[in-house]
Each structure stands twice: as structure tokens, then as C-alpha cells.
Design a protein around this ligand. Structure first.
Ligand SMILES: CC(C)=CCC/C(C)=C/COP(=O)(O)OP(=O)(O)O
Ligand SMILES: [Mg+2]
Length: 595
């Protein structure tokens, strides 16, 4: 019997135990034409055409196939799920819990909390951390907490992270009459680094925190790292690459374990706990991603090669949003929704003609499959996949949690498809929107809103109609998260998108509107990203009227963090065979070695 295309596409090339190469697909793939420079203004640049579905001329993105072998993903080893590790972790947890009650000075306590969080263990000690920070917030007697740049910045960062709106004035004593930081502080590398990390917790209008960011960034970049102790130097490079506040916690934990290991004053039971816990949680994630691979293969999604086949990457986005072990339903169902986002995004951006997309939009807005045969075969299959997946999740929610989210999900899908069709019309009519018009629409067309809606109702035991209404009306925190995702995406993908024939993205809109250079435009968009982070930092301080919002707020921050990481070095979603692959291997597939 001939193998279906999916299986022949994903046969493993070689198997090497103890490495994850066996998970990777090795086969020649069509080369992706390199993008023309943005600044060349290639508005309707070349794209290859193929004839499919009723002889319609279509664009093609020549997507690279998945880098993962789905057969291997379905049979991942989940050794750390065994009882012996769970028992070990319980013992270690008790031991570490005891350390929270040890009498140590306030700065040492802050450092301890920071290490616990960076090792990925914060979720085990939410109450202990809350209690410790509350007493540190109320302590005004420890001189080091107000006079030492390192300690003041660390305290500011951790308190802000946990919802205390500490005033920016705490940095005033390090500044001169000109309103800038004292130049002598540039010798204090540890202090500068701590100030730099703290400055990412600023709010709009906080000029002192902005100045802190300018000052610390400049002097950290100017350092000769060869003259700095090795571990500190490595922390500085890591921070300049991406601040802690913008990093997905699982990736940070994996990196930080190796760094902490080299620290002279490390606490061995804490490190051991971090390693074993990481591997246990990873085993849960592996089980989930293998379930997802099974679903994807059974769906036969490979037969629709005109969209990006990125199942594992989609799962990784969801895992970055909410990683804690108890949220399997969120990760699995939202992975399915994210697959649908990519599928439908590619139908609108590349595959469909404007006329077909107008009809498709009408079907999605009406949420009605009557006369679905009016749609061309492949587009019909996509619509049905999206429709069935959404309804299946709605049915599960009704059965398990007694509430029907389908009307809310329908609304978000409808809004998303209306945003897509607007972009398709712009493209087809040669309309060049202003940056504001574009971003306003782009926050919806990036697809994150459906994932964030899911992060409310799929992580809450008792979702309510009021909570669903609130989230589906897109509160500011959710809007900011999607905006950061959109801007980061455009910073990295628009040159490719223009080359294959897609609408103007943020960069081109701004360049077209203002005549600014590509370089200046990139700086402007990065500035908008930082500005949006500041708004989101404030939004998480708000009092939310509904219970069970914790994971939702975390997911908003974490989706933005995931976008910082996926798009940091290019299009890590569309072309995921570099940094994204390495991230997935280290966070999802490779256990931490235990000695
Ligand atoms: C986190 C999410 C939503 C992941 C889903 C993948 C996705 C649609 C990415 C953006 O694709 P793109 O680069 O083609 O975006 P667009 O076409 O909107 O510019
Ligand atoms: Mg697209």
C-alpha cells in the first residue's frame, strides 16, 4: 500500500540515540527565494504561481516543511513521569520551602527569590514569595535597600513584578541635579546590570526609569567584558541579548541552571530541585506534544501543503504562554486553535483570491456551513477544520465546565477574518494604510486574540459569562500583548512577506507615510514595542473584576515574551530551523542532565 504523503514526508532520516536529531526531518526542500530589501519598496514583487483548485492562478510561499518527524514526536520518551522522580521532587520542595523561613538579610532574601524564579520554580512557592515580598515592601529600615544601586534595583524589579507599584523615586538618590545618573556608577557593573533589568518594569511617563534604561544600556554595552568576572560577564551578555522580563520562563530556566551551577554560593538542593522539576514538567509537555502530533496526522493536514506545517512550534507558543503542569487542556486545545490561525492566515495572505476570501469571510462571520460547497475545495477544507475544531472545544467546555464559549470564539474568529479581508483588499487595490490604520487592524489580524481568549476559559475551573464577555471585548492587557506580537512579527517577517506578495506591514506603512529610512523605521517600531510593554506593565497592576484571571494575565505577558523570542533573529515561526529549533530542543525535548 502506498504511504500517504504525510508519512513519506516525515520519515526519519537517521537515528542517533541521546540526541534529538532523530526528531528532525532531513529532506531536500524547495528553496525559499531571498526577500528583496524592504527599502527597495517591492510592493508587488515577484511570486511564483501555481495552478490549483479550478485552474485559479495562485501565489505560493514555498513554505519549508516541518523540521520535525511526527512519527518520532508521537513516541517521545517520558521517563521523568515516573513516581520515583515525583517523590524526589516533593522532598526537595520541602527542603527549599524551609529556606524561605531562614533568617537572612533582606537583600539575600531578594536574591533567593530571584534565583528561585529564574530557575523556573516560582510556581511552587507563590505564597512564600508573596509573603516574603510583602515584608520586604514594608521594610524601610535596611539601609542597603535604599542606598545600594544593585539592591534598590533588584527590590524594584521583584516588587513591580509582583504587583507593587513602587515609585520610581527610589532611583532619585543615584541621580544628579541634571536628572541623569551619576557617572561614577558606571564602575558598579553588578549595580548597572540590576538597574538595566529593573528598567524593563517601567510605566508610561516614568522619565527616571527611562533614563535608567538609557544609562544602564549604554554603559553595559561599553564594557570590556574580558575585564569582568566570567559569570557576571555572561549575565551581562545574556541581559543585553534579552532582559529577564521579556524572556519566556522555561527558556530562562534552562539557561540559568547552567549559570547557577557555576556560582560559588549555589544552594545544591535548590539546583537539584530545579533540574528534576524541569524534567518532570518537560515529560508532561512531551506527552502533550505527542498527543498533538497524533491529532495533526489524523487530521491529514499534510495534504494541504499551501500553509505552514508548524504543529510543534504552535505547541511551543502555547507552552510559553502557560507552562504549569495542570494546564494541559489549555495547551492542547490552544495548540489546535493556533494551527487554525496559521492555516487561515496563509489562506488569506497567500492562497485565496480576493473573491474567494470575500465568500470565506462571509461563511466565518455567519458561522454557517449551509452551501459550504460554494467554496473551492481546499478553502472549504480549511473552513471546516477551523469550524469543527472550534465547535469541538466549545463542546468540551460545555461538557466539562458547563459553559458555552462558542459565541465568543465565533466573534473573535469573525473579527480576525474581517481584519484579514481588510488587508487582502488593501493589497489587491494597492492601498497603503498609515501606520496607525495598519496597527489598529494588525492587532487583530496577527491571530493572538483567539489564543488569549482560550487562556481565560481553558485555565479557569469556573469560567463565567461575565468573564467571557470581559475577555472577548479585548481588555487593554490583551490588546497590548497582541500589539507586541504584531510589531515583533513585522520587524522580522515583512521582507519575506512583501517578496511573495502580501500587504504593506508596519515598517512599509511608516516608511511610506513619513519617508523615514528603514533603519530609523526599525528604531521607531522597537520604540513602539517598548512603549506597549510599559502600558502592559501598568495593565497587570489593575484590579480585575473576575476570579481566575491569574493565568490569563500571565498568558498575556507570556505571549508577548514568546514573540520576543520567536522573532528575535528573523522569522522563527515561518522559518523555524535555526534558533527556534534550538529553543524547542532545549526546552521541550532535551532533559537536563542529572549527575
Ligand atoms: C502566536 C501566533 C498567533 C502564532 C500563529 C502563527 C502566525 C499566524 C504567525 C504570524 O504569521 P505571519 O507572519 O504570516 O503573520 P501576518 O500574515 O499576520 O503578518
Ligand atoms: Mg501571513
Amino acid at each position: 500500500m502506498a504511504l500517504p504523503a504525510l508519512l513519506t514526508n516525515f520519515l526519519p532520516s537517521s537515528i542517533r540515540p541521546n540526541q534529538h536529531s532523530f526528531l528532525l526531518v532531513s529532506r531536500p526542500c524547495s528553496s525559499f527565494s531571498s526577500p528583496s530589501a524592504i527599502s527597495s519598496g517591492a510592493r508587488f514583487a515577484k511570486c511564483s504561481l501555481t495552478i490549483e483548485d479550478q485552474d485559479t492562478a495562485r501565489r505560493s510561499a514555498n513554505w519549508k516543511p516541518s523540521v520535525w518527524d511526527y512519527g518520532s514526536v508521537q513516541s517521545l520518551n517520558t521517563d521523568f513521569a515516573e513516581d520515583k522522580y515525583t517523590e524526589q521532587v516533593q522532598r526537595l520542595k520541602e527542603e527549599v520551602k524551609g529556606l524561605f523561613h531562614k533568617e537572612i538579610n533582606q537583600v539575600a532574601k531578594l536574591e533567593f527569590i530571584d534565583v528561585v524564579q529564574r530557575l523556573g520554580l516560582g510556581y511552587h512557592f507563590e505564597t512564600d514569595i508573596k509573603n516574603a515580598l510583602s515584608s520586604i515592601y514594608n521594610n524601610t529600615e535596611d539601609a542597603q535597600l535604599s542606598d545600594d544601586l544593585y539592591a534598590v534595583s533588584l527590590r524594584f524589579r521583584l516588587l513591580r513584578q509582583h504587583g507593587y507599584n513602587l515609585q520610581q523615586d527610589v532611583f532619585q538618590r543615584f541621580m544628579n541635579k541634571m536628572g541623569t545618573f551619576n557617572e561614577s556608577l558606571k564602575e558598579d557593573v553588578r549595580g548597572l546590570l540590576s538597574l538595566y533589568e529593573a528598567s524593563f518594569h517601567g510605566l508610561e511617563g516614568e522619565t527616571i526609569v527611562d533614563e535608567a534604561w538609557n544609562f544602564a544600556s549604554k554603559h553595559l554595552k561599553d564594557l570590556n567584558l574580558d575585564e569582568v568576572p566570567a559569570n557576571l560577564a555572561s549575565n551581562v551578555s545574556h541581559a543585553l541579548d534579552m532582559p529577564i522580563h521579556w524572556r519566556p520562563n522555561r527558556l530562562e530556566a534552562r539557561w540559568f541552571m547552567d549559570t547557577y551551577e557555576k556560582q560559588q554560593d549555589k544552594i545544591p538542593c535548590l539546583l537539584r530541585f530545579a533540574k528534576v522539576d524541569f524534567n518532570i514538567v518537560q515529560s508532561i509537555h512531551k506527552k502533550e506534544v505527542s498527543n498533538m502530533a497524533r491529532w495533526w496526522v489524523e487530521l491529514g493536514a499534510n495534504k494541504m501543503t499551501f500553509f505552514r506545517d508548524r504543529l510543534v512550534e504552535h505547541y511551543f507558543w502555547c507552552c510559553a504562554m502557560v507552562f504549569e503542569p495542570q494546564y494541559t487542556e489549555f495547551r492542547e486545545m490552544t495548540t489546535k486553535l493556533t494551527c487554525m490561525v496559521t492555516l487561515i492566515d496563509d489562506v488569506y495572505d497567500v492562497y485565496g483570491t480576493l473573491e474567494e476570501l470575500e465568500v470565506l469571510t462571509d461563511f466565518i462571520v455567519r458561522w454557517d456551513i449551509t452551501d459550504v460547497d460554494k467554496l473551492p475545495l481546499k478553502i472549504r477544507a480549511c473552513f471546516l477544520a477551523l469550524y469543527n475544531t472550534t465547535n469541538e472545544i466549545g463542546y468540551w467546555m460545555m461538557r466539562e465546565r458547563g459553559i458555552n464559549p462558542i459565541p465568543h470564539m465565533r466573534k473573535v474568529w469573525a473579527d480576525e477574518c474581517k481584519a484579514y479581508i481588510k488587508e487582502a483588499r488593501w493589497y489587491n487595490k494597492g492601498i497603503k494604510p498609515t501606520l496607525d490604520e495598519y496597527v489598529d487592524n494588525g492587532v487583530t489580524s496577527i491571530g493572538g486574540l483567539i489564543m488569549l481568549l482560550g487562556s481565560y476559559f481553558l485555565t479557569t475551573d469556573k469560567p463565567t459569562e461575565e468573564g467571557l464577555d470581559y475577555v472577548s471585548n479585548i481588555p487593554s492587557v490583551m490588546h497590548c500583548s497582541a500589539k507586541i506580537l504584531r510589531l515583533n512579527n513585522d520587524l522580522s517577517t515583512s521582507s519575506y512577506e512583501l517578496a511573495r506578495g502580501d500587504n504593506f506591514k508596519a515598517l512599509e506603512c511608516h516608511m511610506n507615510e513619513t519617508g523615514a529610512s528603514e533603519e530609523a523605521t526599525r528604531e521607531h517600531i522597537k520604540h513602539l514595542v517598548r512603549k506597549t510593554w510599559k502600558r502592559m506593565n501598568r495593565d497587570v497592576f489593575e484590579d480585575y473584576p473576575y476570579s481566575g484571571f491569574g493565568p490569563f494575565l500571565g498568558a498575556c505577558l507570556n505571549l508577548a515574551r514568546a514573540s520576543q523570542c520567536f522573532y528575535q533573529y528573523g522569522d522563527g515561526h515561518g522559518l523555524p530551523d535555526h534558533e527556534t529549533k534550538a529553543h524547542i530542543v532545549s526546552a521541550l525535548f532535551d532533559p537536563v542532565p542529572l549527575d
